[in-house]
Design a protein around this ligand. Structure first.
Ligand SMILES: Cc1ncc(COP(=O)(O)O)c(C=O)c1O
Length: 258
């Protein structure tokens, strides 16, 4: 009989059940964003990040961030050839072209030399995917980005808890995305987080994530642009709040398993 390694299942305790039950019973009306706000705040605190927006998935967070950076038709975005398709699909949806480059044999993350060789006049961004929680060589990638005036995006879907020279995965690039799919170190069932320290980028992403409705807009139901709908629900955020209270334990256990 062939043995199979199954996907990891999340660690769910009475705390997650209690918060989710409370959100389902009481988190409506003027309390409908309560757990979402708490979740974003606790995630920011954990990471030491400045701006965080909870999203329905990491793919959604990538799509929003790339759209807000102005990536569009005719542009190229450099990424690793060993990757989950979720990093490439937002690039294609925006009408841009993913340019695939090889990975390093030890980290399975982008080879900086290959990245630099792939840069063209059309390159609009580099996506550094921290595959399986391994870290990209961010010093080298950020230096390449700075030399060419190209933002480096961190796809930290699998990398909560990974630390690069004292900096948490997701705190170094123009923006970062995390995934809370049920197979990840922490979960909300489905879900994601957009992270940045750029106030303008955050504002653009916030507007895009809410059907193009800017938060300063006083007119009801008034979009200023055609946006997206990539929000996390309050019930999912309630599970996320409980997971964030237990995040050190979850990361420690993940390290033990690896
Ligand atoms: C590297 C990477 N990027 C993006 C994603 C997409 O995450 P989500 O399923 O939350 O959209 C995943 C999820 O598996 C991933 O592993």
């Amino acid at each position: 009989m062939k043995s199979r390694i199954h996907y990891t299942k999340p660690s769910i305790t009475e705390l997650e059940v209690r918060y989710a039950t409370d959100a389902a019973a009481n988190g409506w009306g003027d309390r409908c964003y309560e757990y979402i706000g708490r979740f974003e705040q606790s995630f920011k605190t954990h990471l030491g990040a400045e701006f965080a927006l909870a999203t329905s998935s990491c793919t959604g967070a990538l799509h929003l961030g790339m759209a807000a950076l102005g990536i569009g038709p005719g542009d190229e975005v450099i990424m690793a050839d060993t990757n989950w398709i979720a990093t490439a699909s937002p690039i294609v949806h925006l009408g841009a072209t993913p340019v695939f480059v090889d990975i390093l044999p030890d980290t399975w993350c982008l080879d900086p030399a290959r990245v630099e060789a792939a840069i063209s006049a059309r390159t609009k961004a580099i996506v550094a995917v921290h595959l399986y929680g391994n870290l990209c060589d961010m010093d080298a990638l950020l230096a390449i980005g700075a030399r060419h005036g190209i933002p480096v995006i961190e796809d930290a879907a699998e990398a909560i808890g990974s630390v690069y020279h004292g900096k948490g995965a997701g705190t170094m690039g123009a923006f970062a995305s995390f995934s809370f799919h049920g197979s990840k170190t922490m979960t909300t069932g489905e879900g994601g987080m957009f992270i940045t320290r750029d106030a303008d980028l955050y504002e653009r992403v916030l507007t895009l994530s809410n059907h193009g409705r800017a938060r300063g807009q006083t007119k009801q139901f008034w979009p200023d642009a055609v946006g997206y709908k990539y929000k996390l629900s309050n019930i999912q955020a309630a599970i996320g709040c409980a997971q964030m209270e237990r995040i050190d334990v979850l990361i420690e256990r993940k390290r033990e398993i690896l």
